[in-house]
Write a protein of this length. Sequence first.
Length: 178
Amino acid sequence: MTRPNAYGIMAEFEDPDGLVAAARAAREAGYRRFEAYSPYPIKELEEAIPSWNMLSTMVFGAGVAGAFIGFYMQYFIAADVYPTNIGGRPVNSWPMFVVITFALAVLFALCAAFFGTLFFEGFPALYHPLFRVPAFKRASSDGFFLCIEARDGKFHPLYTSRFLQALDSVKVWEVDRE
């Protein structure tokens, strides 16, 4: 059904209201893998475009792992490897472990946020298939585009193209990966 080198179907819209309406219609029609491109942020697109961001979960998990590693590292050294009784304090006194535990939690979370952002955003990608469409140059100045990707479960080149044409789009393109 889908050509192996197809990236998706992209449509251009005249104004931001048309783009938002098309994004809502695509979501209501059952499409889940699509992206909107505009020269400036549009608040309504945040609700219209489906997104599940795994980055926040990954950052939280890395922070918890960093806190656990920091605490266990200090506990292991202070209580098991080199136990020293100083001033009658217990060797596993958790208040003295708080600073390093917090520092490692922040360090691990920060590294996860940085490298996770690079991974999930696809950096360093110097090329994108949408760059082949000549009109896409206007996406940074005055163009409004919606692209439904071929990896969407509901994607069919003919039906998706007709769907986007029915949404009062200016023009519709079929985009190839190569």
